[in-house]
Design a protein around this ligand. Structure first.
Ligand SMILES: O=P(O)(O)OC[C@H]1O[C@H](O[C@H]2O[C@H](CO)[C@@H](O)[C@H](O)[C@H]2O)[C@H](O)[C@@H](O)[C@@H]1O
Ligand SMILES: O=c1ccn([C@@H]2O[C@H](COP(=O)(O)OP(=O)(O)O)[C@@H](O)[C@H]2O)c(=O)[nH]1
Length: 454
C-alpha cells in the first residue's frame, strides 16, 4: 500500500500515552505504514495569521497542522460543524441553528485544508478523512486534480433522510460525500440511512450490499464499528495512577455500591435523563438510599455553543435537587463533576464501580461502554447499562439495554444491574469481552484500509 495520509479535525501526537481512542487507533495504523497526519493545530489565532502550516516528526509519522483564524474557527467548528451538523446528525433538529450563515466558513476551512494538504501529497498516497467537520474535503481535493484513493469515516450517526433533508445544503453535502471511494459508518443502521438517502433523495441506485451508483460515480459504503485497544487499556489499568484511583474509591465507598457515568458534557449523552432515572431508582427502590452513589464525570465540551451552556445549568439543577431531597449527613446520592478525569485514572474508576450508566439519546459508538467492560475484573465484574441508541448497542447485546427516554424502565434495569447474581455477571462479561477482542481498534483500522484499497 502507498503512504497513509490521515486527515481529522483533531490531531494528537501518537507517541503520547492516553491520547484517546481515536488517536490510539490512527496512531496504530500510521505507525505500521509510516505516514502523514494532517488537521487543525487546536490553536485559534488573530485574523490574518490563520492558515499557517507547521510540520513536526513524531517517530515514523509526520504531523502537519494548520492554525485557524478566529472567524474561521467560529464558523467552521462552533457554527456549522457543531451548531448544524452535530445536532442534526444526532436527530436534534430543535437544537440546530440553520440561519447563522456559517456554511461559508465551513467551506472556506475545507478549501484551506485542501490547499495546504495538496502540496504534501504523493501520487500513490491513500487518504483517510475523518468525521463531519471534513465531509467536503475530497470534493475540494478532486477539484484540484487529486486522483488518489480517498476514504471517509463518519464517527457520529447518520440520521434518516427525512431528518438529513432539513439541512438547507443537504444535497451539496451528500454530493460531496459521494466523492470518496469508500464511506465508513459505525453501524449497519447508518448504512441503511445512507442507502435510503442515495436511492430516494439522489436518484441513485444500490448495486449490492455495499456498492452504490450515484451522479455517474461508484461509491462503496459499509459499517466498520470502531473498537478500543483492549490490551493498551488493560495495561493502563495496571499503572500506578489507575491502581491508586481504584484503592481510593474502594476505601471511600467501602459501605456503598458505586455507579459511574463518564461523558463529555453533551446533550447527545442523555445525562439529565440518567439523573432522573437514578432519582426514580431511589424513589421506587428505597433500599438503595444511603447505599448507591452515582459518580457522574462531565467533561466540559464546546462551551461557546448555546445548547451546551443550557445543559450545564440543567445538570446543576437536577443534581442539586436529588442531593437536596435525598442526601444525608453521611451520604450524597450524586457526585457530579464538571471536569475531565485524565484517561489514565479511568480504568481505576471503572473497576471500582458496580454499574456503568452509558445512556446516550444518540451516539455514534461510545467508547466509554467498551472501556468499562475492558477494565472489569473477570472474577467479579460490574454490569454495563447501555442505551439502545448508542452505536455500541448493535454488537454489545450482553449489556443491559435500556431506552433512556423511559425513566421508570431505566430505573428498573438499574435495579436489576445492582442485584445481578455473580454467575450472570461473569457470563455476560465473558461474552462482551470476546466481542471487544474480536473487533478491536486494530481490526477497525485494518478492515477499513483493506476495503479502501480494493
Ligand atoms: O473534538 P471535540 O469537539 O472536542 O469532540 C470530541 C470528539 O467527539 C466525537 O466523538 C465520536 O467519535 C467516537 C470514536 O469513534 C465515538 O465513539 C463517539 O460516539 C462519537 O461521538 C466526534 O465525532 C469527534 O470528531 C470529536 O473529536
Ligand atoms: O473525563 C473524561 C471523559 C472522557 N474521556 C475519554 O474520552 C473518550 C470519549 O469517547 P466516546 O466515544 O465515549 O465519546 P465522544 O466524547 O467521543 O463523543 C473515551 O476514550 C474516554 O475515556 C476521558 O479521558 N476523560
Amino acid at each position: 500500500m502507498g503512504r497513509l495520509v490521515v486527515v481529522s479535525n483533531r490531531v494528537a501526537d501518537p507517541r503520547k500515552p492516553g491520547a484517546g481512542g481515536l488517536a490510539v487507533a490512527l496512531a496504530d495504523a500510521l505507525q505500521s505504514s509510516g505516514g502523514l497526519w494532517f488537521g487543525w493545530s487546536g490553536k485559534v489565532v488573530d485574523e490574518g495569521s490563520g492558515g499557517q502550516l507547521r510540520t513536526q516528526r513524531a517517530g515514523p509519522v509526520t504531523l502537519a497542522t494548520v492554525d485557524l483564524a478566529r472567524a474561521d474557527h467560529d464558523a467552521y467548528y462552533l457554527g456549522y460543524s457543531n451548531g448544524v451538523l452535530w445536532p442534526v446528525f444526532h436527530y436534534r433538529l430543535d437544537l440546530a441553528d440553520f440561519d447563522a450563515g456559517d456554511i461559508d466558513g465551513y467551506r472556506r476551512v475545507n478549501r484551506l485544508f485542501a490547499h495546504k494538504l495538496q502540496p504534501l501529497l504523493k501520487p500513490d498516497d491513500v487518504i483517510w478523512v475523518h468525521d463531519y467537520h471534513l465531509i467536503p474535503l475530497a470534493a475540494e481535493l478532486r477539484a484540484m486534480g487529486c486522483t488518489q484513493r480517498m476514504g471517509f469515516f463518519l464517527h457520529i450517526p447518520l440520521p434518516p433522510r427525512t431528518i438529513l433533508a432539513a439541512i438547507p445544503q443537504h444535497h451539496w453535502l451528500m454530493r460531496s460525500l459521494m466523492m470518496y471511494d469508500l464511506v465508513g459508518f459505525q453501524t449497519r443502521l447508518d448504512v441503511e440511512h445512507f442507502s435510503a438517502y442515495v436511492v430516494h433523495e439522489d436518484s441513485g441506485e444500490r448495486c449490492d450490499d455495499h456498492e452504490f451508483r450515484v451522479h455517474g460515480r461508484s461509491v462503496r459504503a459499509r459499517d466498520f464499528p470502531i473498537g478500543i485497544d483492549v490490551d493498551e487499556f488493560q495495561a493502563l489499568g495496571r499503572e500506578p495512577e489507575a491502581r491508586e484511583t481504584f484503592r481510593t474509591m474502594k476505601e471511600q465507598y467501602a459501605q456503598r455500591q458505586l455507579l459511574v457515568g463518564v461523558d463529555r458534557l453533551d446533550y447527545s449523552k442523555g445525562m439529565p435523563q440518567r439523573i432522573r432515572a437514578f432519582r426514580r431508582l431511589l424513589e421506587h427502590y428505597p433500599e438503595n438510599r444511603r447505599v448507591a452513589t452515582l459518580i457522574q464525570v462531565a467533561a466540559p465540551s464546546r462551551e461557546d455553543v448555546e445548547a451546551y451552556a443550557d445543559l450545564r445549568l440543567e445538570m446543576e439543577t437536577l443534581c442539586g435537587a436529588v442531593n437536596g431531597d435525598y442526601g444525608e449527613l453521611d451520604w450524597m446520592p450524586v457526585r457530579y463533576m464538571r471536569r475531565a478525569v485524565p484517561r489514565r485514572r479511568l480504568p481505576g474508576l471503572y473497576a471500582a464501580s458496580s454499574v456503568a450508566l452509558v445512556t446516550p439519546l444518540r451516539d455514534g459508538m461510545n467508547l466509554v461502554a467498551k472501556e468499562y467492560v475492558a477494565a472489569q475484573d473477570p472474577v467479579n465484574p460490574g454490569v454495563l447499562v447501555l442505551s439502545r441508541f448508542a452505536g455500541a448497542a448493535e454488537a454489545m447485546t450482553d449489556a443491559l439495554i435500556v431506552n433512556p427516554y423511559d425513566t421508570d424502565g431505566t430505573a428498573e434495569v438499574i435495579q436489576q444491574a445492582l442485584r445481578m447474581p455473580l454467575e450472570e455477571r461473569r457470563a455476560r462479561h465473558e461474552r462482551l469481552m470476546a466481542g471487544l477482542r474480536a473487533r478491536d481498534v486494530h481490526w477497525w483500522a485494518r478492515e477499513f484500509l483493506a476495503a479502501l484499497q480494493h
